[in-house]
Design a protein around this ligand. Structure first.
Ligand code: PMP
Length: 542
Protein backbone atom coordinates (compact mmCIF):
# COMPACT_ATOMS: atom_id res chain seq x y z
CA UNK A 1 0.00 0.00 0.00
CA UNK A 2 2.71 2.46 0.93
CA UNK A 3 5.34 3.24 -1.61
CA UNK A 4 8.89 2.57 -0.69
CA UNK A 5 10.41 5.94 0.10
CA UNK A 6 13.58 5.20 -1.82
CA UNK A 7 11.51 4.68 -4.92
CA UNK A 8 9.67 7.93 -4.38
CA UNK A 9 12.92 9.76 -4.00
CA UNK A 10 14.26 8.20 -7.18
CA UNK A 11 11.20 9.20 -9.06
CA UNK A 12 10.56 12.65 -7.70
CA UNK A 13 14.01 13.76 -6.71
CA UNK A 14 13.27 14.14 -3.01
CA UNK A 15 16.17 14.58 -0.63
CA UNK A 16 14.99 14.17 2.89
CA UNK A 17 14.34 10.49 3.28
CA UNK A 18 16.17 9.70 6.49
CA UNK A 19 13.94 11.73 8.71
CA UNK A 20 12.70 10.09 11.92
CA UNK A 21 9.08 10.81 11.08
CA UNK A 22 9.19 9.14 7.69
CA UNK A 23 7.17 6.02 7.90
CA UNK A 24 4.08 5.45 5.93
CA UNK A 25 4.20 8.23 3.39
CA UNK A 26 1.75 7.30 0.74
CA UNK A 27 1.69 9.07 -2.55
CA UNK A 28 -1.61 9.34 -4.29
CA UNK A 29 -2.14 11.31 -7.47
CA UNK A 30 1.58 11.48 -7.87
CA UNK A 31 1.20 12.05 -11.57
CA UNK A 32 0.29 15.65 -10.84
CA UNK A 33 3.77 15.99 -9.41
CA UNK A 34 5.60 14.55 -12.36
CA UNK A 35 6.71 17.20 -14.85
CA UNK A 36 5.25 15.23 -17.73
CA UNK A 37 1.78 15.09 -16.34
CA UNK A 38 1.96 18.59 -15.02
CA UNK A 39 2.52 19.76 -18.54
CA UNK A 40 -0.50 17.88 -19.73
CA UNK A 41 -2.55 19.05 -16.78
CA UNK A 42 -3.39 15.44 -16.04
CA UNK A 43 -3.69 13.61 -12.78
CA UNK A 44 -2.67 9.99 -12.89
CA UNK A 45 -3.69 7.72 -10.08
CA UNK A 46 -0.96 5.16 -9.79
CA UNK A 47 -2.56 3.67 -6.69
CA UNK A 48 -6.24 3.36 -7.35
CA UNK A 49 -6.78 0.12 -5.43
CA UNK A 50 -6.79 0.04 -1.65
CA UNK A 51 -7.04 -2.68 0.99
CA UNK A 52 -9.64 -0.71 2.92
CA UNK A 53 -10.94 2.84 3.36
CA UNK A 54 -8.27 3.72 5.93
CA UNK A 55 -5.56 3.45 3.31
CA UNK A 56 -7.08 6.44 1.53
CA UNK A 57 -6.44 8.82 4.46
CA UNK A 58 -3.97 11.60 3.65
CA UNK A 59 -2.27 12.31 0.35
CA UNK A 60 -4.43 15.39 -0.09
CA UNK A 61 -3.88 17.73 -3.04
CA UNK A 62 -2.26 21.16 -3.01
CA UNK A 63 -4.21 23.49 -5.30
CA UNK A 64 -3.34 26.95 -6.65
CA UNK A 65 -5.68 29.81 -5.82
CA UNK A 66 -6.22 31.72 -9.03
CA UNK A 67 -9.15 34.12 -8.73
CA UNK A 68 -8.95 35.17 -5.08
CA UNK A 69 -5.19 35.70 -4.82
CA UNK A 70 -3.33 38.87 -5.81
CA UNK A 71 -1.09 38.50 -8.85
CA UNK A 72 2.21 39.16 -7.07
CA UNK A 73 2.16 35.92 -5.03
CA UNK A 74 1.66 32.20 -5.60
CA UNK A 75 -1.04 31.14 -3.15
CA UNK A 76 -1.77 27.44 -2.69
CA UNK A 77 -4.19 25.57 -0.45
CA UNK A 78 -3.92 22.03 0.88
CA UNK A 79 -7.45 20.70 0.72
CA UNK A 80 -8.02 18.27 3.59
CA UNK A 81 -11.62 17.75 2.47
CA UNK A 82 -10.14 15.12 0.12
CA UNK A 83 -9.77 12.78 3.10
CA UNK A 84 -12.39 9.99 3.09
CA UNK A 85 -14.57 11.58 5.80
CA UNK A 86 -13.87 15.08 4.57
CA UNK A 87 -11.47 16.52 7.12
CA UNK A 88 -7.91 16.75 8.37
CA UNK A 89 -8.99 14.84 11.46
CA UNK A 90 -9.11 11.55 9.56
CA UNK A 91 -5.33 11.60 9.83
CA UNK A 92 -5.43 12.03 13.60
CA UNK A 93 -8.10 9.35 14.02
CA UNK A 94 -6.07 6.77 12.15
CA UNK A 95 -2.82 7.91 13.78
CA UNK A 96 -4.00 7.71 17.40
CA UNK A 97 -5.84 4.42 17.00
CA UNK A 98 -2.94 2.69 15.27
CA UNK A 99 -0.52 4.08 17.84
CA UNK A 100 -2.67 2.74 20.68
CA UNK A 101 -2.91 -0.64 18.95
CA UNK A 102 0.86 -0.79 18.60
CA UNK A 103 1.50 0.17 22.23
CA UNK A 104 -1.20 -2.17 23.53
CA UNK A 105 -3.17 0.68 25.15
CA UNK A 106 -6.16 -0.28 23.03
CA UNK A 107 -7.40 -3.85 23.24
CA UNK A 108 -9.37 -5.58 20.48
CA UNK A 109 -13.05 -4.73 20.83
CA UNK A 110 -12.47 -2.13 23.57
CA UNK A 111 -14.73 0.93 23.46
CA UNK A 112 -13.04 4.10 22.22
CA UNK A 113 -14.16 7.50 23.57
CA UNK A 114 -13.27 11.08 22.66
CA UNK A 115 -14.46 14.63 23.21
CA UNK A 116 -14.72 16.36 19.85
CA UNK A 117 -16.25 19.26 18.01
CA UNK A 118 -17.16 16.77 15.31
CA UNK A 119 -14.49 16.11 12.74
CA UNK A 120 -12.39 13.95 15.05
CA UNK A 121 -15.50 12.01 15.98
CA UNK A 122 -16.40 11.53 12.33
CA UNK A 123 -12.87 10.34 11.51
CA UNK A 124 -12.83 8.06 14.56
CA UNK A 125 -16.24 6.69 13.59
CA UNK A 126 -14.82 5.67 10.21
CA UNK A 127 -11.69 4.13 11.75
CA UNK A 128 -13.64 2.36 14.50
CA UNK A 129 -16.21 1.03 12.00
CA UNK A 130 -13.46 -0.48 9.85
CA UNK A 131 -11.47 -1.79 12.84
CA UNK A 132 -14.51 -2.98 14.84
CA UNK A 133 -14.19 -0.83 17.97
CA UNK A 134 -17.38 0.55 19.56
CA UNK A 135 -17.14 4.36 19.73
CA UNK A 136 -18.67 6.94 22.08
CA UNK A 137 -18.26 10.60 21.13
CA UNK A 138 -18.85 13.42 23.63
CA UNK A 139 -19.81 16.68 21.96
CA UNK A 140 -21.09 20.07 23.12
CA UNK A 141 -24.64 20.62 21.87
CA UNK A 142 -23.57 23.83 20.11
CA UNK A 143 -21.70 22.08 17.29
CA UNK A 144 -23.59 21.52 14.06
CA UNK A 145 -26.36 18.93 14.06
CA UNK A 146 -25.17 17.26 10.85
CA UNK A 147 -21.95 16.28 12.64
CA UNK A 148 -23.91 14.34 15.27
CA UNK A 149 -25.99 12.66 12.61
CA UNK A 150 -22.94 11.69 10.57
CA UNK A 151 -21.31 10.01 13.55
CA UNK A 152 -24.49 8.15 14.42
CA UNK A 153 -24.83 7.11 10.77
CA UNK A 154 -21.34 5.62 11.03
CA UNK A 155 -22.44 3.62 14.06
CA UNK A 156 -21.06 5.77 16.88
CA UNK A 157 -22.92 6.83 20.02
CA UNK A 158 -23.00 10.60 20.59
CA UNK A 159 -23.33 11.97 24.14
CA UNK A 160 -24.10 15.71 24.24
CA UNK A 161 -22.91 18.15 26.89
CA UNK A 162 -24.49 21.56 27.62
CA UNK A 163 -23.20 24.43 25.48
CA UNK A 164 -22.46 26.63 28.51
CA UNK A 165 -19.90 24.10 29.76
CA UNK A 166 -17.91 24.69 26.57
CA UNK A 167 -15.07 22.57 25.19
CA UNK A 168 -13.52 21.90 28.57
CA UNK A 169 -16.87 20.56 29.83
CA UNK A 170 -17.15 18.03 27.04
CA UNK A 171 -13.55 16.97 27.65
CA UNK A 172 -14.17 16.50 31.38
CA UNK A 173 -17.25 14.38 30.60
CA UNK A 174 -15.22 12.14 28.27
CA UNK A 175 -12.57 11.65 30.97
CA UNK A 176 -15.26 10.81 33.52
CA UNK A 177 -16.89 8.26 31.19
CA UNK A 178 -13.55 6.68 30.23
CA UNK A 179 -12.51 6.28 33.88
CA UNK A 180 -15.88 4.93 34.95
CA UNK A 181 -16.24 2.38 32.16
CA UNK A 182 -12.61 1.50 31.36
CA UNK A 183 -12.85 2.92 27.84
CA UNK A 184 -9.89 4.06 25.75
CA UNK A 185 -9.74 7.86 25.63
CA UNK A 186 -7.87 9.03 22.54
CA UNK A 187 -6.91 12.38 24.18
CA UNK A 188 -6.56 14.25 20.92
CA UNK A 189 -5.54 17.47 22.68
CA UNK A 190 -2.37 16.07 24.22
CA UNK A 191 -1.73 12.76 22.48
CA UNK A 192 1.68 12.91 20.79
CA UNK A 193 0.40 10.46 18.18
CA UNK A 194 -1.74 13.36 16.90
CA UNK A 195 1.28 15.53 16.13
CA UNK A 196 3.30 12.50 14.98
CA UNK A 197 0.82 11.56 12.27
CA UNK A 198 1.05 15.09 10.87
CA UNK A 199 4.85 14.96 10.94
CA UNK A 200 4.78 11.61 9.17
CA UNK A 201 2.14 12.40 6.57
CA UNK A 202 0.98 16.04 6.21
CA UNK A 203 4.46 17.52 6.58
CA UNK A 204 6.04 14.97 4.23
CA UNK A 205 3.39 15.58 1.60
CA UNK A 206 4.12 19.32 1.78
CA UNK A 207 7.86 18.71 1.46
CA UNK A 208 7.24 16.51 -1.57
CA UNK A 209 4.89 19.03 -3.19
CA UNK A 210 7.28 21.94 -2.73
CA UNK A 211 10.43 20.01 -3.45
CA UNK A 212 12.73 22.18 -5.51
CA UNK A 213 10.40 25.16 -5.11
CA UNK A 214 10.40 27.83 -2.45
CA UNK A 215 7.79 27.93 0.27
CA UNK A 216 7.78 31.21 2.16
CA UNK A 217 4.79 30.79 4.45
CA UNK A 218 2.65 28.03 5.88
CA UNK A 219 -0.69 29.32 7.21
CA UNK A 220 -2.75 27.27 9.66
CA UNK A 221 -5.01 27.63 12.66
CA UNK A 222 -5.09 25.36 15.65
CA UNK A 223 -7.66 23.27 17.47
CA UNK A 224 -5.75 20.48 19.12
CA UNK A 225 -2.58 21.93 17.65
CA UNK A 226 -1.79 18.56 16.06
CA UNK A 227 -1.47 19.98 12.55
CA UNK A 228 0.50 22.97 13.84
CA UNK A 229 3.04 21.12 15.97
CA UNK A 230 3.37 18.13 13.66
CA UNK A 231 3.85 20.08 10.44
CA UNK A 232 5.77 23.06 11.82
CA UNK A 233 8.49 21.03 13.55
CA UNK A 234 9.31 19.16 10.34
CA UNK A 235 9.33 22.35 8.26
CA UNK A 236 11.60 24.02 10.84
CA UNK A 237 14.15 21.27 10.33
CA UNK A 238 13.78 20.67 6.63
CA UNK A 239 12.67 24.05 5.33
CA UNK A 240 13.94 26.60 7.88
CA UNK A 241 13.10 29.48 5.53
CA UNK A 242 9.39 28.72 5.69
CA UNK A 243 7.59 31.05 8.13
CA UNK A 244 4.87 29.46 10.22
CA UNK A 245 1.83 31.72 10.46
CA UNK A 246 -0.89 30.82 12.95
CA UNK A 247 -4.41 32.24 12.73
CA UNK A 248 -6.91 32.56 15.56
CA UNK A 249 -10.30 34.28 15.97
CA UNK A 250 -9.85 38.03 16.50
CA UNK A 251 -12.36 38.12 19.35
CA UNK A 252 -10.83 35.11 21.08
CA UNK A 253 -7.07 35.49 20.96
CA UNK A 254 -5.51 32.86 23.19
CA UNK A 255 -1.98 32.57 21.78
CA UNK A 256 -1.95 36.24 20.80
CA UNK A 257 -2.73 37.24 24.40
CA UNK A 258 0.48 35.72 25.74
CA UNK A 259 -1.53 34.60 28.79
CA UNK A 260 -0.59 31.07 29.81
CA UNK A 261 -3.22 28.36 30.13
CA UNK A 262 -4.14 27.40 33.71
CA UNK A 263 -3.41 23.72 34.33
CA UNK A 264 -3.03 21.31 37.24
CA UNK A 265 0.33 19.67 37.91
CA UNK A 266 -0.73 16.64 35.84
CA UNK A 267 -1.54 18.89 32.87
CA UNK A 268 -5.32 18.81 33.29
CA UNK A 269 -7.03 22.02 32.23
CA UNK A 270 -8.41 23.68 35.36
CA UNK A 271 -10.20 26.68 33.84
CA UNK A 272 -11.18 28.22 30.52
CA UNK A 273 -8.61 30.62 29.10
CA UNK A 274 -9.58 34.14 30.22
CA UNK A 275 -9.48 35.46 26.65
CA UNK A 276 -11.77 32.82 25.18
CA UNK A 277 -15.00 34.10 23.61
CA UNK A 278 -17.47 32.17 21.45
CA UNK A 279 -16.49 32.40 17.77
CA UNK A 280 -17.77 30.87 14.53
CA UNK A 281 -14.61 28.95 13.58
CA UNK A 282 -15.73 25.52 14.75
CA UNK A 283 -12.67 23.34 15.25
CA UNK A 284 -10.27 26.19 15.98
CA UNK A 285 -9.39 27.70 19.36
CA UNK A 286 -11.36 25.81 21.97
CA UNK A 287 -11.71 27.56 25.32
CA UNK A 288 -8.24 26.43 26.36
CA UNK A 289 -4.73 26.15 24.92
CA UNK A 290 -4.05 22.46 24.41
CA UNK A 291 -0.81 20.76 25.31
CA UNK A 292 0.12 20.31 21.64
CA UNK A 293 -0.56 23.97 20.79
CA UNK A 294 1.45 25.06 23.82
CA UNK A 295 4.33 22.83 22.68
CA UNK A 296 4.32 24.68 19.35
CA UNK A 297 4.77 27.93 21.28
CA UNK A 298 7.52 26.68 23.58
CA UNK A 299 9.37 25.05 20.67
CA UNK A 300 9.38 28.48 18.96
CA UNK A 301 7.62 27.05 15.93
CA UNK A 302 5.36 30.09 15.43
CA UNK A 303 6.65 33.12 13.51
CA UNK A 304 3.51 35.19 13.35
CA UNK A 305 -0.02 35.19 14.79
CA UNK A 306 -2.82 36.63 12.67
CA UNK A 307 -6.22 37.48 14.20
CA UNK A 308 -9.17 36.63 11.92
CA UNK A 309 -12.58 38.31 11.80
CA UNK A 310 -15.41 35.73 11.84
CA UNK A 311 -17.21 37.56 9.03
CA UNK A 312 -14.13 37.32 6.82
CA UNK A 313 -13.88 33.61 7.60
CA UNK A 314 -17.43 32.97 6.44
CA UNK A 315 -17.18 35.29 3.44
CA UNK A 316 -14.02 33.58 2.23
CA UNK A 317 -15.47 30.12 2.72
CA UNK A 318 -18.28 31.21 0.35
CA UNK A 319 -15.83 32.89 -2.02
CA UNK A 320 -13.64 29.79 -2.18
CA UNK A 321 -16.77 27.94 -3.32
CA UNK A 322 -18.07 30.58 -5.71
CA UNK A 323 -14.82 31.88 -7.20
CA UNK A 324 -12.53 28.88 -7.02
CA UNK A 325 -14.97 25.93 -6.91
CA UNK A 326 -13.35 24.76 -3.67
CA UNK A 327 -16.06 23.68 -1.22
CA UNK A 328 -14.73 23.94 2.32
CA UNK A 329 -15.72 24.93 5.86
CA UNK A 330 -15.42 27.99 8.08
CA UNK A 331 -11.90 27.40 9.41
CA UNK A 332 -10.77 26.99 5.80
CA UNK A 333 -12.23 30.40 4.99
CA UNK A 334 -10.53 31.70 8.13
CA UNK A 335 -7.15 30.30 7.13
CA UNK A 336 -7.53 31.81 3.67
CA UNK A 337 -8.39 35.14 5.30
CA UNK A 338 -5.07 34.90 7.15
CA UNK A 339 -3.21 34.02 3.96
CA UNK A 340 -4.78 36.94 2.08
CA UNK A 341 -3.80 39.31 4.89
CA UNK A 342 -0.27 38.01 4.56
CA UNK A 343 -0.39 38.61 0.81
CA UNK A 344 -0.93 42.32 1.46
CA UNK A 345 2.63 42.68 2.78
CA UNK A 346 4.35 39.64 1.27
CA UNK A 347 7.14 40.47 -1.18
CA UNK A 348 6.43 39.86 -4.87
CA UNK A 349 7.04 36.26 -5.88
CA UNK A 350 6.23 34.86 -2.42
CA UNK A 351 4.83 31.35 -2.20
CA UNK A 352 2.21 30.70 0.46
CA UNK A 353 0.54 27.44 1.46
CA UNK A 354 -2.64 27.55 3.48
CA UNK A 355 -4.25 24.57 5.26
CA UNK A 356 -7.97 24.10 4.52
CA UNK A 357 -9.16 21.68 7.23
CA UNK A 358 -12.56 20.38 6.11
CA UNK A 359 -15.50 20.18 3.69
CA UNK A 360 -18.29 22.75 3.55
CA UNK A 361 -20.95 20.07 3.70
CA UNK A 362 -20.58 19.96 7.47
CA UNK A 363 -22.06 23.44 7.87
CA UNK A 364 -25.50 23.34 6.23
CA UNK A 365 -27.25 24.16 9.52
CA UNK A 366 -24.78 26.85 10.63
CA UNK A 367 -24.55 30.61 10.00
CA UNK A 368 -22.36 29.79 6.97
CA UNK A 369 -25.50 28.81 5.08
CA UNK A 370 -27.84 31.32 6.74
CA UNK A 371 -28.23 33.36 3.54
CA UNK A 372 -28.57 30.34 1.26
CA UNK A 373 -32.29 30.01 0.68
CA UNK A 374 -34.30 26.90 -0.03
CA UNK A 375 -36.89 28.74 -2.13
CA UNK A 376 -36.45 30.53 -5.46
CA UNK A 377 -35.30 34.13 -5.19
CA UNK A 378 -36.45 36.93 -7.52
CA UNK A 379 -33.82 36.17 -10.15
CA UNK A 380 -34.64 32.48 -10.17
CA UNK A 381 -38.37 33.22 -10.32
CA UNK A 382 -37.72 35.45 -13.33
CA UNK A 383 -35.97 32.58 -15.07
CA UNK A 384 -38.87 30.28 -14.20
CA UNK A 385 -41.38 32.76 -15.66
CA UNK A 386 -39.38 33.26 -18.85
CA UNK A 387 -40.94 30.15 -20.44
CA UNK A 388 -44.62 29.11 -20.29
CA UNK A 389 -44.67 25.70 -18.61
CA UNK A 390 -43.72 23.94 -15.35
CA UNK A 391 -44.09 27.08 -13.25
CA UNK A 392 -44.87 27.59 -9.58
CA UNK A 393 -46.77 30.84 -10.17
CA UNK A 394 -49.42 29.15 -12.30
CA UNK A 395 -52.28 27.43 -10.46
CA UNK A 396 -52.31 23.65 -10.90
CA UNK A 397 -55.09 22.25 -13.13
CA UNK A 398 -58.09 20.88 -11.18
CA UNK A 399 -57.54 17.29 -10.05
CA UNK A 400 -59.00 14.74 -12.44
CA UNK A 401 -62.02 12.97 -10.96
CA UNK A 402 -61.40 9.42 -9.87
CA UNK A 403 -61.68 7.04 -12.80
CA UNK A 404 -65.09 5.33 -12.84
CA UNK A 405 -63.40 2.01 -12.23
CA UNK A 406 -66.41 0.12 -10.99
CA UNK A 407 -68.39 0.61 -14.16
CA UNK A 408 -65.62 0.42 -16.71
CA UNK A 409 -63.59 -2.57 -15.57
CA UNK A 410 -64.85 -5.70 -14.01
CA UNK A 411 -63.35 -5.66 -10.55
CA UNK A 412 -61.20 -8.55 -9.47
CA UNK A 413 -63.36 -10.44 -6.98
CA UNK A 414 -60.42 -11.61 -4.91
CA UNK A 415 -59.08 -8.05 -4.66
CA UNK A 416 -62.50 -6.74 -3.55
CA UNK A 417 -62.67 -9.48 -0.92
CA UNK A 418 -59.12 -8.73 0.18
CA UNK A 419 -59.89 -5.04 0.70
CA UNK A 420 -63.11 -5.80 2.62
CA UNK A 421 -61.35 -8.35 4.80
CA UNK A 422 -58.39 -6.04 5.51
CA UNK A 423 -60.66 -3.14 6.49
CA UNK A 424 -62.83 -5.24 8.74
CA UNK A 425 -60.10 -7.34 10.38
CA UNK A 426 -60.79 -7.16 14.14
CA UNK A 427 -57.19 -8.23 14.90
CA UNK A 428 -55.80 -5.18 13.03
CA UNK A 429 -58.24 -2.30 13.27
CA UNK A 430 -55.77 0.26 11.89
CA UNK A 431 -54.92 -0.39 8.26
CA UNK A 432 -53.19 1.73 5.66
CA UNK A 433 -53.20 1.07 1.92
CA UNK A 434 -49.86 2.48 0.85
CA UNK A 435 -47.05 2.65 -1.64
CA UNK A 436 -43.87 1.28 -0.13
CA UNK A 437 -41.66 4.36 -0.59
CA UNK A 438 -44.21 7.15 -0.99
CA UNK A 439 -43.26 10.14 1.18
CA UNK A 440 -46.79 10.76 2.41
CA UNK A 441 -47.14 7.13 3.42
CA UNK A 442 -43.92 7.60 5.38
CA UNK A 443 -45.45 10.62 7.11
CA UNK A 444 -48.25 8.40 8.37
CA UNK A 445 -45.79 5.69 9.36
CA UNK A 446 -43.82 8.27 11.37
CA UNK A 447 -46.98 9.37 13.19
CA UNK A 448 -47.93 5.77 13.95
CA UNK A 449 -44.40 5.00 15.15
CA UNK A 450 -44.17 8.15 17.29
CA UNK A 451 -47.43 7.41 19.12
CA UNK A 452 -46.85 3.64 19.13
CA UNK A 453 -50.06 2.96 17.19
CA UNK A 454 -50.09 -0.64 15.92
CA UNK A 455 -51.18 -0.88 12.27
CA UNK A 456 -51.15 -2.96 9.14
CA UNK A 457 -49.62 -1.50 6.00
CA UNK A 458 -50.73 -2.99 2.69
CA UNK A 459 -47.97 -1.79 0.37
CA UNK A 460 -49.64 -2.40 -2.97
CA UNK A 461 -46.53 -1.69 -5.07
CA UNK A 462 -44.22 -3.89 -2.98
CA UNK A 463 -42.79 -7.14 -4.27
CA UNK A 464 -45.37 -9.03 -2.20
CA UNK A 465 -48.25 -7.67 -4.29
CA UNK A 466 -46.64 -7.51 -7.71
CA UNK A 467 -47.25 -11.04 -9.02
CA UNK A 468 -50.21 -11.21 -11.42
CA UNK A 469 -50.93 -7.50 -11.05
CA UNK A 470 -52.43 -8.07 -7.61
CA UNK A 471 -51.44 -4.65 -6.29
CA UNK A 472 -53.12 -2.89 -9.22
CA UNK A 473 -56.28 -4.98 -8.73
CA UNK A 474 -56.33 -4.08 -5.01
CA UNK A 475 -55.91 -0.42 -5.85
CA UNK A 476 -58.81 -0.58 -8.33
CA UNK A 477 -61.00 -2.28 -5.74
CA UNK A 478 -60.04 0.34 -3.16
CA UNK A 479 -60.77 3.27 -5.47
CA UNK A 480 -64.14 1.74 -6.42
CA UNK A 481 -64.99 1.56 -2.73
CA UNK A 482 -63.78 4.98 -1.55
CA UNK A 483 -63.86 7.12 -4.73
CA UNK A 484 -60.38 8.30 -3.72
CA UNK A 485 -57.72 8.04 -6.42
CA UNK A 486 -54.81 8.84 -4.12
CA UNK A 487 -52.71 6.72 -1.75
CA UNK A 488 -52.31 6.37 1.20
CA UNK A 489 -55.81 5.60 2.44
CA UNK A 490 -56.20 4.89 6.11
CA UNK A 491 -59.04 3.03 7.85
CA UNK A 492 -59.65 2.73 11.57
CA UNK A 493 -62.24 0.25 12.83
CA UNK A 494 -63.59 -0.04 9.29
CA UNK A 495 -64.03 3.72 8.87
CA UNK A 496 -62.13 5.66 6.16
CA UNK A 497 -60.01 8.54 7.49
CA UNK A 498 -58.73 9.70 4.09
CA UNK A 499 -55.10 10.36 3.21
CA UNK A 500 -51.98 11.50 5.02
CA UNK A 501 -52.92 15.16 5.53
CA UNK A 502 -56.47 14.16 6.58
CA UNK A 503 -55.00 11.86 9.19
CA UNK A 504 -52.59 14.48 10.52
CA UNK A 505 -55.48 16.98 10.76
CA UNK A 506 -57.66 14.36 12.48
CA UNK A 507 -54.91 13.86 15.08
CA UNK A 508 -54.73 17.61 15.67
CA UNK A 509 -58.50 17.81 16.17
CA UNK A 510 -58.69 14.75 18.39
CA UNK A 511 -60.85 12.72 15.99
CA UNK A 512 -58.15 10.15 15.41
CA UNK A 513 -57.72 9.64 19.15
CA UNK A 514 -61.49 9.08 19.52
CA UNK A 515 -61.52 6.57 16.66
CA UNK A 516 -58.58 4.71 18.19
CA UNK A 517 -60.33 4.57 21.57
CA UNK A 518 -63.54 3.34 19.92
CA UNK A 519 -61.59 0.62 18.14
CA UNK A 520 -59.82 -0.26 21.44
CA UNK A 521 -56.39 0.49 20.00
CA UNK A 522 -53.89 1.47 22.67
CA UNK A 523 -51.28 4.12 21.91
CA UNK A 524 -49.06 6.70 23.61
CA UNK A 525 -50.20 10.26 22.97
CA UNK A 526 -47.82 13.18 23.19
CA UNK A 527 -49.49 16.54 22.79
CA UNK A 528 -46.16 18.34 22.48
CA UNK A 529 -45.60 16.88 19.01
CA UNK A 530 -46.79 18.87 16.01
CA UNK A 531 -48.11 16.26 13.54
CA UNK A 532 -47.01 18.47 10.63
CA UNK A 533 -43.43 17.67 11.63
CA UNK A 534 -44.06 14.21 10.15
CA UNK A 535 -44.60 15.66 6.67
CA UNK A 536 -41.75 15.46 4.13
CA UNK A 537 -38.97 17.99 4.81
CA UNK A 538 -39.51 19.84 1.53
CA UNK A 539 -43.12 20.60 2.47
CA UNK A 540 -42.17 21.86 5.92
CA UNK A 541 -39.57 24.18 4.43
CA UNK A 542 -42.29 26.19 2.65
N1 PMP B 1 -10.61 23.08 11.46
C1 PMP B 1 -11.54 22.18 11.73
C2 PMP B 1 -12.86 22.28 11.03
C3 PMP B 1 -11.30 21.18 12.69
O1 PMP B 1 -12.25 20.28 12.97
C4 PMP B 1 -10.04 21.15 13.34
C5 PMP B 1 -9.76 20.12 14.40
N2 PMP B 1 -10.35 20.42 15.64
C6 PMP B 1 -9.09 22.11 13.01
C7 PMP B 1 -9.41 23.04 12.06
C8 PMP B 1 -7.75 22.19 13.71
O2 PMP B 1 -6.88 21.11 13.51
P1 PMP B 1 -5.92 20.64 14.68
O3 PMP B 1 -6.74 19.94 15.71
O4 PMP B 1 -4.95 19.70 14.02
O5 PMP B 1 -5.26 21.82 15.28
Amino acid sequence: MYLDFGRIRGRFGMHHVNHPYVGELRIRNVGSRSPKHREQGKKTQIMAKYDNILATVGGTPVIRINNLAPAHVKLYVKVEAFNPMGSVKDRLALGVIEDAERSGKLRPGQTVIEATSGNTGIGLAMVCAQKKYPLVVVMAESFSVERRKLMRFLGAKVVLTPAFQKGSGMLAKAVELAETHGWFLTRQFDNEANADVHSRTTAREILADFDGEKLDYLVTGFGTGGTLKGVARVLRQERPDTKIVVCEPDNSQLLGSGIAQARAADGTITASHPNFRPHPMQGWSPDFISKLAEDAVSMHLIDQIVPIDGNDAMRLSRELAQKEGIFVGITAGAALAGALKLCETAPAGSTILCMLPDTGERYLSTPLFADIQADMNDDEMKISKSTPNYRFDVAPPPAAPAAPVANAVALDKDAVAFVEQAIADPAKPVVMFALEWCEFCWSVRKLFARFKIPYRSVDIDSVEYQAGGRGAAIRAALTAKTSLATVPQIFIGGKLFGGATDLLAAWKQGQLQTALADARVSYEADSSVDPNSFLPGWLQAR
